[in-house]
Design a protein around this ligand. Structure first.
Ligand SMILES: NC(=O)c1ccc[n+]([C@@H]2O[C@H](COP(=O)([O-])OP(=O)(O)OC[C@H]3O[C@@H](n4cnc5c(N)ncnc54)[C@H](O)[C@@H]3O)[C@@H](O)[C@H]2O)c1
Length: 396
């Protein structure tokens, strides 16, 4: 019988999907690494959120594992090269909690603009500090996005409804998609120097780890805010703290830290211009259930095809188009999973169609006309820049 280990919190309702189809499921949340290593060999499938780390030791010990399902978007807690070298399919739910995360970013945007957290603490302490908490109006201010994929675009759409201007740094987003959203693509340096609020939405990849450095935070406008609902280690945290300590006019509103959970003596705590939430942007009761169900349905479909093989002997794995495009590991993954596996032929399955539909749904008439030549020129510039090994920041 096929056995699946659920190692992080998922909706109990989602388990019915497995059980109703005769798959044996064990739920063991909060396992220590040695315990996970000692039992993982007995499972065909592993379902995780972000807490469990499917690192190379876990994958080496997982002698029977065929699939790892991540309920959520980021797959940085899974060693994808090790998994793919072993023919283990890794899949996520790219659209499951995008809206929830975008809404949390907007909540943090308002928290920063109106000092909600500090004003609450002060008022509950019996003070009445009306002049200390002078906020800023978001109307006509500039939001700068780092990463304009699913979540970035949803945040842009909401900020535009607040009558903000939106600019973005994203070397991979097609310029036509950005213009259709009314977002102007620019360099990373300009996102920091022109924005009143900067919001980070890239995946954590080798190329985005510590992407945001001291020199970026130093460029921020007086009174500007930085919001991070993506991953803590995209930011070089020590360098950001260094700038925040010297510039009390800046604010950082963070849902993610490096490491997680943040140490109780983290230098982030105690800074008057920092607000932190405990990686909750993507978690909401109903959404968690939807996510768990989506993931388990996918996981089951995958598990079924591992047993039976797809027509034509193809195996499918879900991978978000944009992350895949920008992720060298994902390219390698794509290649590796094309190997024959367990009588089937594995092929990474990306979702350009679903992605385009999502863009079309939120598209409103573009203010600027976009020509195919624009896109072609941008592609050429990008290829040329990559050839020269130049800094991505030079791309416009
Ligand atoms: N805090 C939470 O609870 C939570 C919840 C969901 C997602 N997330 C994080 O948000 C991230 C983004 O999710 P998404 O669904 O929007 O992903 P996505 O793949 O749709 O979008 C990511 C965007 O980043 C861009 N990008 C890639 N490399 C880049 C680089 N070097 N510089 C600038 N841009 C780059 C891509 O082109 C893409 O447009 C996830 O990877 C995940 O880590 C966090």
């Amino acid at each position: 019988m096929t056995k699946v280990l659920i190692a992080d919190e998922l909706s109990p309702k989602a388990l019915d999907i497995f059980r109703s189809r005769g798959v044996e499921v064990d739920v063991r949340v909060g396992l220590k690494k040695p315990d996970l290593l000692s039992i993982i060999g007995g499972y065909d499938g592993l379902a995780v959120r972000s807490a469990t780390k499917a690192d190379k030791d876990v994958i080496a010990a997982a002698k029977n594992l065929k699939v790892i399902g991540r309920a959520g978007i980021g797959v940085d807690n899974i060693d994808i090269p090790s998994a793919t070298a072993r023919g283990i399919v890794v899949m996520n739910t790219p659209f499951g909690n995008s809206i929830t995360t975008a809404e949390h970013a907007i909540a943090l945007l308002f928290a920063a603009a109106r000092h909600i957290a500090a004003a609450d603490v002060s008022t509950q302490a019996g003070k009445w500090e009306k002049t200390r908490f002078m906020g800023i109006e978001l109307y006509a201010k500039t939001l700068g996005l780092i990463g304009c994929g699913n979540i970035g675009a949803l945040v842009a759409e909401r900020a535009l409804a607040l009558k903000m201007k939106v600019i973005a740094y994203d070397p991979f987003v097609p310029i036509a998609d950005a213009r259709a959203l009314d977002v102007r693509i620019t360099s990373l340096d300009e996102v920091f120097s022109l924005s009143d609020v900067v919001s980070c939405h890239t995946p954590l990849l080798a190329e985005t780890k510590h992407l945001l450095r001291q020199r970026h935070f130093e460029r921020m406008k007086t009174g500007a805010s930085f919001i991070n609902t993506a991953r803590g280690s995209i930011v070089c945290e020590a360098e950001m703290i260094h700038v925040l300590a010297r510039r009390p006019d800046l604010f950082a509103v963070l849902d993610v830290t490096d490491p997680e959970p943040a140490a109780t003596n983290s230098p982030l705590f105690g800074l008057p211009n920092v607000v932190v939430t405990p990686h909750i942007a993507g978690s909401l009761g109903a959404e968690c259930q939807r996510l768990g169900r989506m993931m388990l349905e996918e996981l089951h479909r995958l598990e079924e095809t591992v047993r039976q093989g797809l027509p034509g002997g193809e195996q499918r794995v879900q991978l978000d188009a944009r992350s895949a495009q920008s992720n060298q590991d994902a390219h390698q993954y794509d290649e590796v999973v094309r190997k024959p596996f367990d009588g089937a032929h594995l092929t990474a399955w990306r979702q350009p169609a679903a992605r385009e539909e999502a863009v079309q749904r939120r598209t409103h008439p573009a203010r600027n006309s976009v020509t195919e030549q624009d896109d072609a020129r941008r592609r050429d510039e990008r290829d040329h820049a990559h050839d020269r090994g130049s800094d991505l920041e030079q791309l416009r």
